[in-house]
Design a binder for this molecule. Sequence first.
Ligand SMILES: CC(C)(COP(=O)(O)OP(=O)(O)OC[C@H]1O[C@@H](n2cnc3c(N)ncnc32)[C@H](O)[C@@H]1OP(=O)(O)O)[C@@H](O)C(=O)NCCC(=O)NCCS
Length: 172
Amino acid sequence: MTVLKTERLTLRPLHPGDTRAYAAMRYHPEVAKWLSPAQGAPLEAARAAIERYAQSWRDRGYGPWAIVHDGRLIGHAGLNFVPEFGETEVLWSLHPDAWGHGFATEAGRAALDFGFRTLGIALIFAVTRPGNRASQEVMKRLGLAYRMNVVYRDIDSVWFDIDRLNWLEQSP
Ligand SMILES: CC(C)(COP(=O)(O)OP(=O)(O)OC[C@H]1O[C@@H](n2cnc3c(N)ncnc32)[C@H](O)[C@@H]1OP(=O)(O)O)[C@@H](O)C(=O)NCCC(=O)NCCS
């Protein structure tokens, strides 16, 4: 499983010891309101998500990472294959304490670079609710462009994407 270092962050796979910190981030009300609801109690749901991500790393050689800043788990970001669309998405979430510092953009940039340069993925998309301006700003900062509205896991969503050629041109 790959570990990446950026200017300010470490991106490393999540492990069972992260369950409590991960649940505090992922199921914080200001984060959870934008994401799929937890199946069961937050700690159980966090444990299951960490296992799912580990499975993705084993099966595909990529998956979401923990975002660690100054030794603290502040969020998750990374790549996730979505069978419904047959494509790979880039995702991010941060604990509200860590918003407003560019950490999601920094982690998202590393994830896209890993996907396009190391894995050679042809296209990477991101989806969110139309009202999630903060996430759409991250998408735009990273060069993803709005393409269409889609229904994703029963939720009306906006779809942004970027292909490998455009990524390599904008970040040589
Ligand atoms: C989506 C989410 C990760 C975005 O977080 P964010 O902090 O706004 O995004 P970034 O980390 O890229 O930070 C950008 C902000 O930091 C500021 N900033 C400060 N220092 C910066 C730096 N060095 N580099 C870039 N931006 C910086 C930017 O000006 C911007 O501020 P603004 O929102 O006032 O314009 C966050 O809102 C979140 O976790 N939301 C809940 C979960 C969620 O919606 N996840 C996505 C589901 S699709």
